[in-house]
Write a protein that binds this ligand. Structure first.
Ligand code: SME
Length: 180
């Protein structure tokens, strides 16, 4: 993909993401660029990126592809979310399933659109500036792979339409992953 010659807008997001995904198959590279696309195209974000579902292990982390992670982490073994590619300020590195907005989206496998994070029980404030949040679970072939997390310093930042747009983007990304 060549570098964009103008600043992306929300209307550009899905077509830019689709173009990106058509030319690269490596999920890590795609997550890095998708974070950058989202952060550039959508106004009023202070964070956009991925947390990846990892099995609980004492072994040092290595670089896996998403497909390898999925095939080596049966859902029976309780894992946790670990920070992946993102744009924004330094963030919490590990989130337990069921904890915070991200852990809730991961555990329930449902999108969490939170208009005011201060009203969300257990919200994890990686950045005190965050006021609203949108978290979309990544589930492929029945396996939890992680979440896409967007934060905004504005309350009520995320509309239903924007949720649907980002869910489409996540679906396009998941469709590039091999069956495991
Ligand atoms: N607020 C999230 C934590 C991740 S950061 O926002 C990047 C949560 O409650 O899960």
């Amino acid at each position: 993909m060549s570098a964009p010659i103008h600043r992306l807008t929300p209307d550009d997001l899905l077509s830019a993401a689709t173009g990106l995904l058509a030319t690269e198959r490596d999920p890590l590279a795609n997550m890095a660029n998708l974070s950058a696309l989202i952060f550039e195209a959508l106004p009023d974000l202070n964070w956009a990126g991925f947390y990846l579902y990892r099995p609980q292990t004492t072994a040092p982390a290595t670089l896996f592809t998403l497909a390898q992670v999925a095939s080596s982490s049966p859902q029976a073994a309780q894992g946790e979310l670990v920070l992946g590619p993102f744009q924004g300020r330094v963030a919490c590195t590990r989130i337990a399933l069921g904890k915070g907005v991200c852990g809730t989206a991961a555990e329930t496998r449902t999108t969490q659109r939170v208009p005011d994070v201060h009203e969300f029980p257990g919200h994890i404030a990686c950045d005190v500036a965050s006021a609203s949040e949108l978290v979309i679970p990544l589930v492929a072939h029945g396996q939890l792979l992680g979440v896409l997390d967007l934060d905004s310093p504005l309350k009520n930042r995320f509309s239903v339409q924007e949720q649907q747009l980002l869910e489409e983007l996540v679906s396009a990304f998941l469709a590039t992953l091999p069956a495991v």
